[in-house]
Design a binder for this molecule. Structure first.
Ligand SMILES: [Zn+2]
Ligand SMILES: [Zn+2]
Length: 191
């Protein structure tokens, strides 16, 4: 898969962002600028100045638009959505090696507002996924009571559940039962 480490990092932020939405987890996880500020710190998003109520509204709006890419019916629809997000952000690709990171590209304009910053970075990460023909890796958790999203970066595209505590556990339990069944089958076979 032609996905760089930088794109993977952006996709991880994208998933975290989408799963803060009420439709993903039942309640708004970014209810105020303090919560948004904590998100910025936790995800190590650089060049963000002080946050305002307008920034929060922009991020919440962006979150909804990015989520649409996950449920796009066709690649054409996904491409159109991604293009709209990236175009509105006004990208300014530039090389940087800030904070001891290796050289990488920032797509956001220097000190852009967080809504534009995330639209440029996360929109471009989605663009790379679409370009690589890997759109099917953008998934919604298959647990019946879960609406969280994830990006399946497993080699054989076999991931079905998000990594929330409940769904992750569900996966472990399923794997445990499968192991138990095959151990029992082996015992029977060994007679
Ligand atoms: Zn950077
Ligand atoms: Zn889940």
């Amino acid at each position: 898969m032609l996905i760089t480490h930088d794109t993977e990092c952006a996709l991880s932020i994208l998933v975290e962002l989408l799963n803060t939405a009420p439709e993903a987890c039942g309640s708004e996880q970014l209810p105020d600028t303090a919560a948004l500020d904590a998100f910025v710190v936790k995800q190590e998003i650089s060049e963000i100045d002080s946050l305002t109520a307008a920034d929060l509204a922009a991020v919440q709006l962006l979150r909804g638009r990015l989520r649409e890419v996950f449920s796009a019916r066709s690649t054409e629809d996904a491409a159109e959505l991604v293009n709209a997000v990236v175009a509105a952000a006004g990208t300014t690709p530039r090389l940087t090696n800030h904070d001891h990171h290796d050289w990488h590209i920032h797509y956001f304009a220097p000190h852009a507002a967080i809504g534009d910053h995330l639209a440029a970075e996360l929109g471009m990460a989605l663009a790379f996924i679409v370009m690589a023909g890997e759109r099917e890796r953008l998934r919604r958790c298959e647990a019946p009571d879960c609406e969280r999203v994830f990006v399946d970066l497993s080699r054989n595209r076999s991931r079905r559940y998000c990594d929330s505590r409940t769904c992750g556990n569900r996966l472990h339990v399923a794997a445990y039962r499968a192991r138990q069944r095959s151990a029992e089958a082996e015992a029977v076979a060994a007679g």
